[in-house]
Ligand binder design. Sequence first.
Ligand code: NAI
Ligand code: SF4
Length: 441
Amino acid sequence: MSKKLLLKDAHVEGIRYFDTYRKQGGYDGLEKALKMTSEEIVEEVKASGLRGRGGAGFPTGLKWSFLAKPEGVPRYLVVNADESEPGTFKDRYLMEFLPHILIEGMIISSFALGANTAYIYIRGEYSWIPDILEEAIEEARNNGFLGKNILGTGFDCEIYVQRGAGAYICGEETALLESLEGKRGNPRLKPPFPAVKGLWESPTVVNNVETIAAVVPIINIGAAEYAKIGVGKSTGTKLISACGNINKPGVYEIDMTITVEEFIYSDEYCGGIPNGKKLKACIPGGSSVPILPANLMLKTINGEPRLMNYESLADGGFATGTMMGSGGFEVLDEDQCIVEHTMTLARFYAHESCGQCTPCREGTPWMYKILKKINSGEGRMDDIDLLWDVQRKIEGNTICPLGDAAAWPVAAAIRHFRDEFEWHINNPELAQTQNYGLARY
Ligand code: NAI
Ligand code: SF4
């Protein structure tokens, strides 16, 4: 059984509310943190090995230590709750059921960073959650944990919730900052990174919801204990949102030593694949990470069991590995059609491109058109090469990672499932009427 840090009290009735959260030990971490210096907290987060849980896995303590501290300039903490990656819904779960762990983590983090103002930027489609967060903020304030002179320490902190308007690109940290400033959410060129020039040109730390929530257990149990959980550079626990062809979709907290096989088949997690179907492929980290066929998903190219962590999932690079990403874990059974699935993702990225860079603006709809053509049985063999070429020209040539995120799934689908593309081209009549996965019966 995996150790639970973030979701340990998720089953407790009323945990959404301050009184219950407090009875379970909530805000003890904040009381402890306020007796430490801000430098000590940053060192503790560094020593914990915590990596950004939004997708990139950047070391959190390192990011915090990059924060510029010019005299007389305010600093900000911004929580990225614009969780829009297809297949990713772990932050929604945290905010909906355990809002106080996020609020507590934000106050501790703001104290550590010397920020007196913090924002939660939440995706517009999570329309019911801002009220939950605002209620938690109000409860924290009424109990002296937020506002002026918190617990008599002289530290002031305010938290504001800002709703997005439904654009995926606003989850990219600099587009998010633009949007927060009231402008169109276009990504900025980096560097400068937000840690140097962020919100209203002030030093800003942008962290994912789960990352900031994880600061609470790190302070409570100490960095050394936290770092003992997991393996290698994958310390602590990770929330995984599991979906697709599994018996038990949902949000699970794992320690990053379990195998992919255990995650998919054990009753503690996904509970296996319905109707005894075979595993065909997984996309383990949200739609942007490469799809892997079952054999490579369960075992690395060296025959080692693949583990649910940053290093093991990436083992083999993109040739035979993938990425941990945001932890949005999608399972595809033998009945699924990879061409159709890839086409659906391509349509999503084409729709969500902000249009600033030519390779992404022109390339993403082009990939969608080619995939649609192949999927509907109207493709030619050289369309596969053209598709490969288009994705290659997007990758690495854009302002923000949306371009890469659109290119990688297409590249991986061709790399691992070329036979399915060829089947659509060689069997145009079948492809017009049937899904590849089912057509083989
Ligand atoms: P990134 O690798 O460019 O940056 C990671 C973080 O480290 C950023 O906050 C960046 O500012 C900071 N950083 C990197 N180098 C730095 C330096 N030298 N100085 C100061 N700060 C530095 O990745 P990014 O763009 O933040 O995230 C991309 C990831 O987001 C993808 O891997 C994807 O999986 C994930 N994603 C997650 C979504 C979700 O819904 N959770 C949605 C879309 C993408
Ligand atoms: Fe916009 Fe796409 Fe360029 Fe990102 S890669 S800035 S989404 S056009």
